[in-house]
Design a protein around this ligand. Structure first.
Ligand code: EPZ
Length: 442
């Protein structure tokens, strides 16, 4: 078991304790909060540690359920982990790995863990990793991961729920490839696999998300040679294992967490300053929030938001970065329930990411869904009731709806919330929300 240097209330297994959030709505959020390190960056950096035969120190690592689960996987494979929860510093030493088999029991708990396949295969020359399975928001295919690894020379077979991959004794061979769609996971898996491949690999139509750029920067700080991370063309010059070394690295701030708090601030007619954020990473959201009625002021690492005018309806369509992120769709929908006029939200990344709609309707929202399009008419008020979050961002969206509603809202589904938001209720309390997390005995 990994060494935890300080205990917090959130630790592995805590989400299995049944809890719920109680929110008393109609209170404006006011104050300052600091964004944590980005979940979707740190999980990939942890997977990337499987490539590095030395001690790595990751800073600003949020104590999330998904991070704890990824630690379990790294440890199962032979890595040594030490997590200082108070300082949010995670040390990982993968000098010695003892295998390249990742079982269903571990991988199935965390979809992001599938990105261990690329680093394990390229370092160990073979890997057997459980398929990540579907999830609440859609099928989440892996065909691009598979095709890209084949292009790099791997033999891949899928049977009994496992991907088995093998390469020549001298490893993978660099090549030029083009992804059919700019999948984050495929870009990351293939970029990591290419770090130890022979020669040059070029990934065209790569995902351009800031988390990909951060992964490339992290790997480069360990001795990898990657150019173009964060653009649609990434070039990776393969290096030898002994050219990779340890590093100390600060994970970039979580744009989705910051976006969630910005939406919550506008939704409650609040006045909030978010620290530790790169405003450019949230451009598409900030434009929408201004259109809806927000007044935004960005400095180098901060964003201030308050309301300039009454909330107005808008249209959004989720797309790949730098377009509007699917990971903020549920939260924005909560905000738009009370915006004057008719809003239209089109979800293009996942086939089933509207689990929050029914719950918002229970609170009084007027929303009709047809396939991947939600049409919503702004209502005067929401009323608190009991709601259940069906995925991570849906649960956050329902808490925002609770903050906007009259009376008390009970939000369940915290097992999802804890995967991706650290100290969520504490941060809201610091902004003046009347909210508490209590045991759910019902
Ligand atoms: C990452 O998932 C994020 N997760 C997701 O965040 C995020 O929603 C998503 O990127 C899109 O931005 C992590 O980083 C841990 P994808 P990932 O590969 O990498 C299809 C959150 O709330 N696809 O870009 O799994 C797939 O079916 C989470 O924090 C293929 O068709 O996303 C899906 O519809 C949820 N074939 C779409 O692309 C493939 O081989 C997006 O997938 C791969 C993907």
């Amino acid at each position: 078991m990994f060494k935890v240097l300080q205990k917090t209330s959130l630790n592995l297994g805590q989400s299995e304790k049944k809890e719920k959030i109680l929110v008393q709505g109609n209170k404006p959020l006011k104050g300052v909060i600091r964004t944590s390190g980005a979940k979707n960056a740190v999980l990939k950096q942890m997977a990337a540690c499987l490539l590095i035969p030395a001690k790595v120190i990751l800073k600003d690592v949020p104590p999330l359920q998904d991070v704890f689960r990824m630690i379990q996987i790294v440890e199962f494979l032979g890595g040594k982990c030490e997590f200082d929860l108070e300082k949010e510093v995670l040390q990982i030493d993968c000098s010695n790995l003892n295998g390249s088999y990742a079982p269903f029991e571990l991988v199935s708990k965390l979809r992001a863990s599938f990105v261990i396949l690329g680093p394990l295969l390229t370092r160990m020359k073979s890997a057997k990793v459980s398929l990540p399975g579907g999830c609440q928001i859609g099928t989440r295919r892996i065909d691009l991961h598979e095709k890209g690894l084949r292009d790099l020379g791997a033999k891949i077979s899928i049977s009994h729920g496992y991907v088995e991959a093998e390469c020549q004794p001298n490893g993978l061979t660099g090549c030029e490839m083009r992804l059919d769609i700019p999948s984050n996971g495929a870009t990351e898996n293939l970029m990591m696999a290419a770090v130890l491949a022979q020669g040059l690999t070029i990934i065209d139509n790569a995902a351009k998300d800031p988390e990909i750029e951060d992964l490339a920067n992290f790997l480069n700080s360990c001795g990898a040679k990657i150019k173009g991370g964060g653009t649609d063309r990434i070039e990776i010059e393969g290096v030898k294992l002994d050219e990779l070394h340890g590093t100390e690295y600060i994970t970039l701030p979580d744009r989705i967490e910051a976006g969630t708090f910005l939406i919550a601030a506008l939704a409650t007619d609040g006045d909030v300053l978010i620290q530790n954020i790169v405003p450019e990473h949230l451009q598409s959201l900030l434009e929408k929030l201004e259109e809806i009625g927000g007044k935004i002021d960005c400095k180098e690492n901060t964003i201030h938001i308050c309301r300039a005018k009454p909330l107005r309806a808008t249209e959004i369509s989720t797309v790949w970065y730098p377009g509007f992120p699917t990971d903020l769709q549920a939260q924005l929908m909560a905000l738009l329930t009370k915006a004057e006029g008719t809003s239209i939200i089109k979800e293009n990344i996942y086939e089933d990411r509207f689990s929050h709609v029914q719950e918002l309707v229970h609170m009084g929202a007027d929303i009709q869904v047809n396939h991947n399009v939600a049409v919503m008419k702004g209502v005067e008020k929401l009323t608190g009731t009991q709601v259940l979050g069906g995925d991570l961002r849906a649960t956050a969206g329902l808490v925002i709806a609770g903050l906007m509603a009259g009376g008390k809202t009970e939000v369940r589904g915290l097992n999802h919330l804890d995967r991706g938001y650290s100290h969520f209720t504490d941060k809201l309390i610091a902004l003046g929300a009347v909210i508490e997390r209590v045991s759910d005995s019902s």
